[in-house]
Structures are given as structure tokens and as C-alpha cells.
Design a protein around this ligand. Structure first.
Ligand code: SF4
Ligand code: SF4
Length: 140
């Protein structure tokens, strides 16, 4: 998520995180962290893993996740997102899941952003994307 500093040197990517509002850091209500992620966070901030866990993570339905805050663009976002630059403030200490996202050469949210800005002929338009899980559609 939000690859604002280092560009991937692998296959050509069809998205540019430096021109994105960080949908990935905002629209998912949980960014899961492993013990290894928490240890890395602790190292990044110069505190113990236990302290990093207490300060920067919370429990979400039995899973350890990064804390979230109100956002100026979306409803909420990751507590580590710089809400002005839309870049990650802990880039070298970010969790594994952020390092691998989106895991393919296209990012659907970036495509939607580009599409809508072209459609509206407005470089500042931001489509609001929300993920919902509809139980009544399960199994279809
Ligand atoms: S939503 Fe996609 S393009 Fe935007 S910051 Fe995240 S990975 Fe990058
Ligand atoms: S840790 Fe950084 S890359 Fe990961 S969700 Fe938070 S702001 Fe985004």
C-alpha cells in the first residue's frame, strides 16, 4: 500500500501510488499485523514489541490490526497515513500486507480514480469506495 518512496523494480505497474489518495490504507477496516509486523513496528519506533502492540494496534474481532483514525478524504484511515500527502509515515516499518498490496500489475482503485477523473474532466474528483459484505449474497 502507498508505495510513495520506492518503486517496484519488477514488471511494469499500471498504477502510481504517488498520484493516489491511498484507498488501500483507508477503505479496508482492518490492516492485519503479525507478530513479526509488531516486532518491526517496535524496532521502527525504538520501543519493545509489547509497547508497539499496545500503542499502535488494536483488536478487531479477534484479530490484531493497526489502529485507525478519522480521515479527511474517506470515513477513516490507517493511523499511520499522512492525511495531507497521502503517504505512509512508517514506510520502512509498515506491515507485510502493505508491502505486497495489490499483488498484481493493476490496482482497481487507481483505475477507478483515473476513470472518474477523465469522465468528469476534473483532476480533483475522488470516487468514494466502500466495501460491504452482504450475507444474503453468500454462495451465489
Ligand atoms: S489504492 Fe492502489 S494506487 Fe492507491 S495507494 Fe493503494 S496500491 Fe497505490
Ligand atoms: S501502515 Fe502505511 S501502507 Fe500500511 S495501511 Fe498504514 S499508512 Fe497504509
Amino acid at each position: 500500500m502507498t508505495d510513495k518512496v520506492t518503486k517496484n523494480s519488477g514488471p511494469r505497474l499500471h498504477y502510481d501510488c504517488t498520484k493516489c489518495l491511498a484507498f488501500c490504507c483507508s477503505i479496508y477496516e482492518r490492516v492485519a499485523v503479525t507478530k513479526r509486523d509488531i516486532a518491526r513496528l517496535g524496532k521502527h519506533f525504538g520501543v519493545s514489541a509489547e509497547e508497539a502492540k499496545r500503542r499502535y494496534t488494536t483488536d478487531f474481532q479477534g484479530e490484531r490490526v493497526l489502529k485507525r483514525v478519522k480521515d479527511v478524504v474517506f470515513e477513516e484511515t490507517c493511523a499511520f497515513l499522512d492525511q495531507k500527502t497521502r503517504g505512509c509515515t512508517i514506510y520502512h516499518g509498515r506491515p507485510e500486507v502493505c508491502r505486497t498490496y495489490p499483488g498484481q500489475s493493476r490496482c482497481a482503485y487507481y483505475d477507478v480514480l483515473k476513470f472518474e477523473r477523465t469522465q468528469q474532466d476534473d483532476p480533483n474528483v475522488v470516487p468514494q469506495v466502500k466495501i460491504i459484505f452482504r450475507e444474503d449474497e453468500a454462495g451465489e
